[in-house]
Design a binder for this molecule. Structure first.
Ligand code: PLP
Length: 366
């Protein structure tokens, strides 16, 4: 753990956390002895994939451990710009960029709104790494209005997912404007925020005004992004608790990342801890083929091994859906270890969580 000598009320201030983000080698070296790989990584990615880390997220790093899971997610390494890593990925494998800037309409009933390129921390494994180099820019009112007009015209849209960048980095006024416009649309049933602030700067949720806005425009859901048990801290737990008390469910999407969480015991601990803070693990995503991030990819067998390990060790509530996102904007597909060993007509041979073979005849009563 790295400590910052500031009074507690300063540490608990979101704006202070954002204003004091660590963005340069020099600043970072005051807290961590960087490896050669990292120094070079930061220099080589400077304009391409900038660096920013909140003091809070930095404080979770063990400065003695070059393989620290928070460090790997936050500090650039040379691999990001390696020829192999660059050419093995695409900037936008999922064709998110469409006709209306910021809007992706992939599934009939759901749309994705990307409302800013700003993030509290630039995660090195980000699936939208292509937007890092666009600078920190929120969508204009005109752009938001165009997205809202599209949603209004498409009555099949029942679910609006607001993402970014970091959507809850916008001012309370802007967030309220977007929510109030969406709530004018009768067919929009739920609104979701994809936010990593509970992990990167949980102080954002100590703002009662923001919480009141989110509560006012209910039903609102939050999807967050915990990747490692050490990201679950007293402060992130407090943030989640404050969100839940306003009637807002919190789901989690983990990404399977090499060196960070690619082992069964770490994942089990993460999902147990999430249940303890009342966050439901929703997805475990296989790492996407995104330009500049493929060095985090594991095999699919690793993901399946983890899924198999979880069954029987944690409640079904704690087991997410393991999924890959298909290139070309074809959507997400779930992956599951195979528990059906064989099948003859209605007679199945299953494998139990303990590895027993069990024959089971399943007939329909006619
Ligand atoms: C992932 C995604 C969604 C939401 O999918 P859920 O399974 O409902 O979480 C919606 N739109 C796009 C473009 C997505 O990538």
């Amino acid at each position: 753990m790295i400590s910052f000598n500031v009074p507690e009320e300063v540490w608990r201030d979101y704006n202070w956390q954002i204003k004091n983000r660590i963005k340069t080698i020099g600043e970072l070296q005051r807290y961590i002895r960087l490896t050669e790989d990292e120094v070079e990584g930061i220099k080589l990615t400077e304009r391409l994939y900038p660096l920013a880390i909140t003091p809070y997220y930095l404080s979770l790093i063990d400065p003695e451990d070059p393989g620290d899971p928070v460090r790997l997610q936050a500090i650039p390494r040379r691999a990001e710009v390696d020829e192999k890593v660059q050419s093995a990925g695409e900037p936008d494998p999922f064709r998110e960029e469409g006709e209306i800037p910021g809007l992706t309409h992939r599934y009939p009933d759901r749309v994705l709104m990307s409302i800013t390129t700003f993030c509290a921390v630039y995660c090195r494994h980000c699936m939208r790494k292509r937007i890092f180099s666009h600078g920190e820019r929120a969508r204009t009112k005109e752009e938001i209005d165009r997205m809202v007009a599209y949603i209004k015209e498409h009555e099949e849209v029942r679910d609006v997912l607001i993402s970014g960048g970091e959507p809850l980095s916008l001012s309370n006024e802007k967030i309220e404007y977007i929510l109030s416009r969406l709530r004018e649309i009768k067919h929009v049933e739920i609104v979701r925020f994809g936010t990593r602030l509970p992990v990167l700067a949980p102080q954002r949720f100590f703002d009662e005004k923001l919480l009141s806005i989110l509560e006012k425009y209910s039903p609102i859901w939050i999807n967050t992004h915990f990747n490692h048990p050490k990201e679950i801290t007293e402060l992130s737990e407090e943030a989640v608790d404050r969100i839940l008390r306003r009637g807002i469910p919190v789901n989690n999407q983990t990404v399977l990342l090499k060196g960070v969480n690619d082992n069964p015991q770490t994942m089990l601990e993460l999902f147990r801890k999430l249940l303890r803070i009342k966050v439901k693990p929703q997805y475990l995503f296989h790492c996407d083929p995104v330009k500049g991030a493929v060095h985090f990819r594991t095999t699919v067998d690793k993901g399946l091994e983890i899924m198999r390990y979880l069954r029987g060790r944690i409640s079904g509530m704690g087991i997410p859906t393991y999924a890959v996102d298909l290139p070309g904007g074809k959507g997400k597909v779930p992956l599951l270890p195979d528990y059906v060993v064989s099948r003859v007509g209605n007679v199945f041979t299953f494998e139990s969580f303990e590895g027993d073979r069990v024959e089971y005849r399943i007939d329909e009563l006619t």
